[in-house]
Ligand binder design. Structure first.
Ligand SMILES: N[C@@H](CCC(=O)N[C@@H](CS)C(=O)NCC(=O)O)C(=O)O
Length: 233
């Protein structure tokens, strides 16, 4: 098996989504933390590729965009679990839920993560600690970072026509519960690309107060624990 490397930000839900896929498929990988400003750690990318994380390198192959990467993982020899179901109807359903995670569920997270001063400071601290910054840069991100993050939160809320991060999160959790229905996983009896996306998104906020809000929903909490177990076996 070729070497698999994920170029990431530690607090990026799209990177956590890829990690979930790699772990569900039992593909061993290394991570490289990318500096948010210079992104100098990224491998060479074609001109038209966005300079964003996640970027995934497998041997000589370099891929970007979390959905593209997750689809690619099914071509790597590993666990028999397929992230993309083979049957057309099931595949369309999995991709529909995955798209909802990217376009809605993931969008609310920065607003609840950075929405309160306590969490904003903590989020900035995590970023600073995970990014191998100098002492001065570290201080700047801890104090300036939380202000910037608070502004980002306000901008996202406005773009989505929302006022309150907590009630928006609650709406999205209602959708997640509805999508789960009586199933063990979003994918039914086994996790698929939709589970990787949603679990990865929530993994990003583990340890923050918003994560506790999510785990207060019994159905979400038991699904989350099941996927955790699948990732860790
Ligand atoms: N559609 C992309 C989104 C990736 C993305 O937005 N990454 C953010 C981090 S969460 C990023 O790298 N932002 C840096 C920038 O835009 O300069 C995916 O699914 O991979």
């Amino acid at each position: 098996m070729a070497q698999a490397t994920l170029f990431q930000f530690s607090l990026c839900p799209f990177c956590h989504k890829v990690k979930a896929g790699l772990e569900l498929k039992k593909i061993a990988y290394d991570t490289i933390e990318v500096s948010p400003r210079s992104k100098s750690e990224l491998p060479d990318l074609p001109e038209d590729a966005p300079k964003k994380v996640p970027v995934f390198q497998y041997g000589e192959e370099v891929l970007w965009d979390s959905t593209t990467i997750l689809k690619y993982l099914d071509t790597i020899p590993g666990d028999s679990l397929n992230l993309l179901p083979e049957e057309e109807g099931a595949k369309a359903e999995a991709l529909r839920i995955e798209e909802w995670v990217d376009d809605s569920f993931t969008q609310v997270l920065p607003t609840v993560l950075y929405g309160s001063w306590k969490d904003a400071w903590r989020a900035a601290k995590v970023t600073a600690e995970c990014s191998k910054l100098s002492r001065t840069e570290n201080m700047a991100i801890r104090y300036g970072g939380s202000v910037i993050m608070k502004q980002i939160s306000k901008r996202i809320l406005k773009r989505h026509g929302k006022n309150d991060p907590q009630s928006w999160l609650s709406e999205e959790l209602d959708v997640l519960e509805k999508e789960l229905g009586d199933k063990a996983y979003l994918g039914g009896t086994a996790p698929n690309i939709a589970d990787a996306a949603a679990h990865g998104a929530l993994k990003t906020i583990e340890g923050f107060s918003a994560f506790t809000t999510c785990m207060d929903r019994a159905k979400v909490a038991s699904w989350y624990a099941r996927v955790d177990e699948e990732r860790n076996v």
